[in-house]
Design a protein around this ligand. Structure first.
Ligand code: ADP
Ligand code: MG
Length: 234
């Protein structure tokens, strides 16, 4: 059984249909890449999974339970965490306070969870009393990932992982994400650096105009002529 299973998901805004019968799955322990051009519908897809955007029809199934259009709190409690595009931190709150916000569904053991996040991100510990708005882009992404981890997700959705970050920062964040994955958290990642994300994932999906058009093993997709032309600039 898949950990997260999406079946025939449709969603949009007003009259604009964005998601077109999207079906996909993420298994336990996997890193899955989710590719697509600007405006394809990737963020809409992720937000619909976590209930921030209403599904018109279809199924979001986590661990066998249908969660479509459930309140976000229930979805987070089911084990889905999200790092939204643009991070969306509370700029006027400290790093520690932002992390606490990530635990609002479960106030137990906050200290222990925060310690483990600070262990993954020592830099975040150094900055724990600073306002999120004063952090560098990389630190903000660490904080956003940390905030999502505070709910102890079984799967982490990361939308635009490396956007606006320096390559060295991306390298170190990638290592942390792989580490989190090795600790048993599945990852679904939207990323523009297609080469990088195909190297770090086991499978990938490509979304075009709201529909999945290509899917397969990442190492096969690196050699796929369509992917090479459209996303790898070859
Ligand atoms: N809040 C919104 N209201 C109306 N249209 C939106 C909204 N958010 C996104 N869209 C539209 O939905 C489509 C998909 O956008 P999005 O999911 O952000 O794509 P991606 O993340 O792949 O760049 C685009 O045409 C975009 O203009
Ligand atoms: Mg987006």
């Amino acid at each position: 059984m898949a950990l997260l299973e999406i079946k025939n998901l449709n969603a949009g805004y007003g009259d604009l249909r964005v998601l077109r019968d999207v079906s996909m799955e993420v298994n336990e322990g996997e890193i899955v890449a989710f590719l697509g051009s600007n405006g394809a519908g990737k963020s809409t897809f992720m937000r619909t999974i976590v209930g921030l955007n209403r599904a018109w029809s279809g199924d979001v199934i986590m661990n066998g339970k249908r969660l479509t259009n459930s309140p976000s709190e229930k979805i987070i409690k089911s084990g889905i965490g999200i790092v939204p595009e643009g991070r969306r931190l509370f700029a006027g709150m400290t790093v520690t306070e932002n992390l606490e916000m990530g635990a609002y569904c479960n106030r137990k053991d906050i200290r222990r969870r925060m310690d483990s996040i600070f262990q993954s991100f020592p830099r975040l510990y150094e900055r724990k009393d600073h306002l999120a708005g004063d952090l560098s882009g990389g630190e903000q992404q660490m904080c956003a990932i940390g905030r999502a981890l505070m709910s102890e997700p079984k799967i982490l959705l990361i939308d635009e992982f490396s956007l606006g970050l320096a390559p060295t920062v991306v390298d170190s964040l990638t290592k942390v994400v792989q580490d989190i994955n090795r600790q048993g958290v599945s990852i679904l990642i939207v990323e523009q650096d297609v080469q990088m994300v195909l190297e770090m994932s086991s499978r990938a999906y490509v979304m075009e105009v709201g529909a999945i058009t290509i899917s397969g093993n990442s190492k096969d997709l690196i050699d796929n002529p369509k992917i090479k032309e459209a996303y790898l600039g070859m």
